[in-house]
Design a protein around this ligand. Structure first.
Ligand SMILES: NC(=O)c1ccc[n+]([C@@H]2O[C@H](COP(=O)([O-])OP(=O)(O)OC[C@H]3O[C@@H](n4cnc5c(N)ncnc54)[C@H](OP(=O)(O)O)[C@@H]3O)[C@@H](O)[C@H]2O)c1
Length: 389
């Protein structure tokens, strides 16, 4: 049951370690390249959770160090900015007989590396979960959780408001570089009339009302693998997409478009200076109110065939907390054995969606419904015993 959190003293990893200790029943190993930092974080967490947390050194780029770190571990949870080493960590997990989870950014290279290992995951009976967190990780969870309110769910759009107080965090340069790299692969794609489609920029904008204090916010369509695969589970879905809010006016109008050019044209030479510019402009120009909102707005037929519009919204003041909490909620399902199917899974498509939302709420996230009563929806999905509890 022991979970090793790689990047366990980073922004997301430290909160993930804490939530696993608070809501889970296994032990946690905090790991990263610095044993000193890992020990410091383990000492702090150990004050609240005595004898359940230890520290180890582990470098995602170094197979030998991973082999040492993963000895006796049940699952490695990757919360470090090590996108390019996902394959190395996954291979080390298989060699150590451990399961795998990551909340890394989505990307073709990561999927290719993991897909290569899928036959061995299946042969060895290992459960690998990728695209954890919220972005990716939560869009398809929200739609799947809402779907049982419909007899026929046809349209579902997810809006993500990410207003982050970037100055409050101390990121590694590699984390911002990974983030900038995402601009290179930015794709404006959605499900339209039942076909996964690339859209023109002019058709890629829409507004969402995220509620007070933000109100209406213009968002841009962004490719999300979990939504491309979602019709496999919800065949009635004909239109579906994920829309993300902007960061701040300077980044949205200048720095971000520049990044799309720079990170495509010359990621090697200009990537690092551009990442510094991005980090500076995120910190310099972002303004309150801060907070994170993920919401689905859906349409279709209700269970009696009537026209139905309904939505679900999940909120928290801190987007990094919400990322860690979504990962922890998924890992609770791994821990109790309900999410252990051998093979390669996406968090958003494999986790029990009602339980994941309920656990997020238990941990402190806001959860509200529109046109649907959340308590009834979640209770119906979970069964009477959990609802009563
Ligand atoms: N899915 C989502 O919703 C979502 C949301 C936000 C962030 N993320 C992703 O989460 C990851 C972590 O982000 P963050 O903001 O928490 O990062 P961060 O605060 O900068 O921390 C990064 C951590 O990774 C560790 N690390 C870096 N290189 C490593 C290596 N080679 N081996 C082992 N550990 C290494 C760092 O420690 P050392 O340098 O000391 O080793 C540090 O602890 C990123 O990949 C980010 O893109 C996902």
């Amino acid at each position: 049951m022991t979970i090793l959190v790689l990047g366990g003293y980073g922004t997301t990893g430290k909160t993930l370690s804490e939530l696993l200790l608070e809501y889970g029943d296994g032990d946690v190993v905090v790991a990263g390249r610095s044993l000193e930092k890992a020990e410091q974080a383990a000492r702090e967490l150990g004050l609240r959770f005595p004898s359940r947390v230890t520290a180890r050194a582990a470098d995602a780029a170094d197979a030998a160090s991973l082999a040492r770190a993963l000895d006796g571990v049940g699952l490695v949870a990757v919360a470090a900015s090590v996108l390019e080493h996902a394959g190395t960590v996954a291979q080390a997990a298989l060699d150590a007989g451990a399961d795998y989870f990551d909340l890394l950014l989505s990307g073709d290279a990561k999927f290719a590396a993991l897909e290569d290992l899928r036959p061995r995951m299946e042969a060895d009976g290992r459960c690998f979960i990728t695209d954890g967190g919220i972005h990716p990780g939560l869009s398809a969870v929200l739609i799947r959780a809402l779907a049982p309110a419909f007899g026929r769910l046809e349209h579902a759009s997810v809006g993500g408001l990410l207003k982050v107080d970037w100055g409050a965090y101390d990121f590694q340069p590699s984390t911002i570089h990974e983030f900038a790299n995402e601009f290179r692969d930015f794709r404006v794609e959605a499900l339209r009339d039942g076909v996964w489609t690339r859209l023109a920029w002019r058709d890629a904008q829409r507004s969402f009302d995220f509620g007070p204090p933000w109100g209406g916010e213009r968002c841009t369509l962004m490719y999300m693998k979990e939504l491309e695969l979602l019709p496999g589970q919800l065949p009635s879905l004909s239109d579906c997409g994920f829309y993300v809010s902007g960061f701040n006016p300077v980044v949205d109008t200048t720095v971000l478009p520049l990044g799309m050019v720079v990170m495509k044209a010359s990621p090697g030479t200009l990537g690092k200076p551009y990442s510094r510019l991005l980090a500076w402009s995120l910190r310099r120009f972002s303004r309150p109110p801060y907070g994170t909102v993920f919401q689905v707005e859906a349409e279709g037929e209700g269970r009696a065939g009537e026209a139905l519009r309904a939505g679900l919204r999940i909120t928290h003041p801190d987007g990094y907390w919400l990322t860690a909490a979504a990962a922890a909620a998924c890992l609770l399902q791994w821990q109790d054995g309900s999410l252990r199917e051998p093979g390669l899974h996406l968090q958003a498509l494999a986790a029990d969606p009602a339980r994941l939302l309920l656990d997020l709420w238990r941990m402190g996230a806001g959860l509200e419904g529109r046109g649907v009563e959340v308590a009834g929806l979640v209770a119906g999905l979970l069964g009477d015993s959990v609802a009563t509890a």
